[in-house]
Design a protein around this ligand. Structure first.
Ligand SMILES: [Zn+2]
Length: 703
């Protein structure tokens, strides 16, 4: 195409505008230039009007856009006698039929129009950029205007004296527009397992600047351009591709764009009515990991999540469930987390250490992004997981900055940043599935959870459910786990062999049988659709019986309290119960939260509390362990008994501390006989102490 505007094309565009969007010209004029400066063309409409013209827009975006702009000015002049008023309006195009994957962008795409879909990972502040610079000649004071297109250009010669300056730019006589740079990253759900997301820089101008924030899901349409890479001061042969953004459209669709056919719907409805649906859900969560049924049920409910409530006073109660898995390394915690990435759309898997400078929440960072050293706002994992699930391994290793931001992120589900002139509130309406390792390598049942993981008690209490995942020795269970692992690996071996080896058919019947045993009850694709269906269609309301059930349990919990003792459970747990019961109703696609949902929620909370909150010494429920981070007296008693045994062993170096003496001295410290006996038994079982001879105890060293 030639540089000059193609008059024929301009006329065609005039026809298009008159046929499809004449009204919009009027709207633009009404709001121009204060409220609106853009004229938006739907590419789909253009295609219906003239497919060739629409295709040309993609192949020759610069000249075609120029023609469209001229047509807009002409239509304005002709219909509204605007006298070229729209000359500075922008023609923006959106809704291209095809989306280009960021990772698929190649050199052939340069200078063409493309649409990419993704998440805004990072954005600079909105800054002024000079469009037409006014240069004053320092010799004769003539002002020469130079339109700035690529880079910063001074006049070649002065318009008055024709000498080469020197010139000085006059800000008050130059025109500026707003500009912003965004970093758009591929959506996590589009990635195949383990792939690192790729991203592209998008430069946008004027009225569309500052409209979108990090964490937003958008479709960006624009022209691809090249920028030469430099190493030191030297230009290289390699170029970077960036996008000159023409339009940014927010993709704020509820849940993902999973398509559910009528056949799918029929299967989902049928499944939801089955009696064993909850067991099926459990069997579908990370089937390659044996056991952990409570944890798996909790994760299934997390995938469905409760109902987000908007109260009349404009407060909001989150429906998302947060779950924390604490425990020994090598217990499958990480696999449970990894699984989430495979099943949940819009999920982000990361480590607390973080792979980016924005960590888990968000950060104002100063780097080269957007040209020169400047501040930009970068979204962290929870913001990127907005409306999805963030699976965060080693959450105990999160950055200091995240620790303070996490409370807001988990409860209000926003992240606020006020730093270096950046003032922003980003949304992070996601569920968090976190995993933490004990500080000292192994989980110690005698220590409170707050003492053992590097998280503040207040933060721990934001989790609806906490599970302690222990690597406990149990012969029967070990046997089952071993069988399961061997079977899973066997299937892996066989299918690898089937795929790569020349002869591999003879075992296929056997393989089918074994595969049957470890395959998920609901296959992942259907599971995903099921969840999407529930999220779209199901908003259950708490029934009378369920209300009573939850209330009774809560009051019971609160009453388990010795005089002057710790208050067991806070109201936060009550909200957790409600959320869990709602999620349970959603699994059945029920509009009412029934009694059975309340019971299921209570069982989960009870089992979670017991796993971390139970007093291992007396068997008494001591929920302060998770609510407050530390039980008032229980662990002191463990310490007292340990020191008594140590002292007595000094007095009886050969046999160790006699049990009667331990009981006697413990009594002096205010611990009664039963408690001491119980505790000695427990400590002995856990291998913390041992009996060198009957009725005598020694501390096991090296703990
Ligand atoms: Zn001059």
């Amino acid at each position: 195409m030639s540089q000059a505007i193609n008059q024929q094309l301009v006329e065609r565009f005039e026809e298009f505008i008159e046929a499809y969007c004449e009204k919009e010209v009027g709207v633009l004029l009404e709001n121009y230039p204060k409220k609106q400066r853009s004229f938006n063309i739907d590419w789909g409409e253009l295609y219906r009007f003239d497919p060739n013209m629409a295709d040309d827009f993609i192949t020759y975006p610069d000249s075609v856009r120029e023609a469209a702009k001229q047509a807009l000015v002409n239509v304005g002049d002709l219909r509204y006698r605007t006298d070229d008023m729209l000359e500075k309006a922008h023609v923006r195009i959106y809704n291209l039929q095809e989306l280009t994957e960021i990772r698929e962008i190649r050199s052939k795409d340069v200078n063409t129009l493309v649409s990419v879909q993704g998440l805004i990972r990072k954005s600079t502040n909105v800054r002024p950029k000079v469009d037409v610079a006014a240069f004053e000649c320092q010799r004769c004071a003539t002002v020469t205007n130079v339109p700035q297109t690529r880079g910063y250009q001074e006049p070649f010669a002065c318009g008055g004296c024709e000498r080469q300056g020197p010139f000085e730019i006059k800000f008050d006589r130059s025109t500026f527009s707003d500009t912003q740079t965004l970093l758009i990253q591929e959506s996590p759900e589009g990635l195949r397992g383990g792939e690192q997301p790729q991203s592209i820089e998008v430069h946008i101008e004027d009225d569309i600047s500052g409209m979108a924030s990090p964490g937003d899901r958008v479709v960006a349409t624009g022209t691809l351009r090249l920028e030469q890479r430099k190493s030191g001061g030297e230009k290289l042969r390699v170029f970077d591709v960036y996008m000159e953004g023409i339009s940014i459209n927010s993709e704020d669709l509820e849940f993902e764009n999973i398509e559910i056919s009528e056949e799918d719907e029929r299967i989902i409805l049928e499944l939801s009515k089955q009696k064993g649906i909850y067991q099926k859900m459990i069997g579908s969560v990370a089937p390659s990991i044996y056991g952990y049924e409570q944890e798996k049920l909790a994760i299934a409910l997390q995938l469905f999540s409760g109902v987000t409530k908007h109260l009349p006073d404009s407060t909001r109660i989150r429906g998302n469930l947060h779950i924390l898995l604490v425990g020994d390394p090598g217990t499958g915690k990480s696999q449970l987390l990894q699984y989430i990435r495979h099943i949940a759309p819009r999920s982000v898997y990361t480590s607390g250490r973080g792979s980016s400078s924005a960590g888990l929440t968000a950060a104002a960072v100063k780097d080269d992004f957007g040209g020169g050293q400047q501040w930009s706002l970068e979204a962290g994992a929870l913001v990127l997981a907005d409306k999805g699930i963030a699976a965060v391994d080693e959450i105990d290793k999160m950055r200091v900055e995240d620790r303070s931001a996490m409370h807001e992120a988990l409860e209000q589900q926003t992240v606020s940043i006020a730093k270096a002139g950046i003032n922003a509130t980003l949304k992070c309406r996601c569920s968090l599935l976190g995993a933490a390792n004990p500080k000292y390598g192994q989980y110690d049942p005698y220590e409170s959870i707050g003492d053992q993981i590097n998280l503040e008690p207040a933060l721990i209490s934001r989790f609806d459910l906490i599970f302690r995942i222990l690597d406990e020795a149990d012969e029967e269970l070990d046997d089952k786990i071993a069988t399961h692992i061997i079977k899973t690996n066997y299937i892996g071996e066989q299918s690898t062999r089937k795929k790569y080896a020349r002869s591999g058919e003879e075992n296929s019947i056997e393989l089918e049988q074994v595969t049957e045993e470890v395959k998920p009850e609901i296959e992942p694709n259907l599971f995903r659709k099921y969840i999407a269906y529930a999220k779209r269609n199901c908003f259950p309301v708490m029934g009378k019986e369920a209300q009573k059930e939850i209330k009774d349990f809560y009051i019971d919990l609160r009453s388990v309290r010795e005089v002057g003792g710790p208050i067991p459970v806070t109201a936060r747990k009550l909200e957790a119960l409600v959320r869990l019961a709602e999620a349970s109703a959603k699994v059945r696609l029920s509009d009412v939260v029934e009694k059975e949902d309340a019971t299921r929620a209570i069982e989960l909370v009870r089992s979670s509390l017991e796993k971390v909150g139970i007093d291992p010494e007396t068997g008494v429920f001591d929920a302060t362990v998770i609510e407050m981070g530390k039980s008032r007296n229980q662990f002191d008693r463990v310490k007292i008994i340990r020191s008594i045994i140590e002292k007595l062993t000094g007095e009886h170096p050969k046999d160790g501390a006699p049990i009667l003496d331990i009981i006697e001295r413990s009594k002096e410290s205010g611990i009664d006989d039963t408690q001491t006996e119980h505790m000695v038994k427990k400590m002995s079982e856990s291998g913390e102490i041992y009996q060198p001879s009957a009725g005598h105890y020694k501390l096991l060293k090296g703990r």
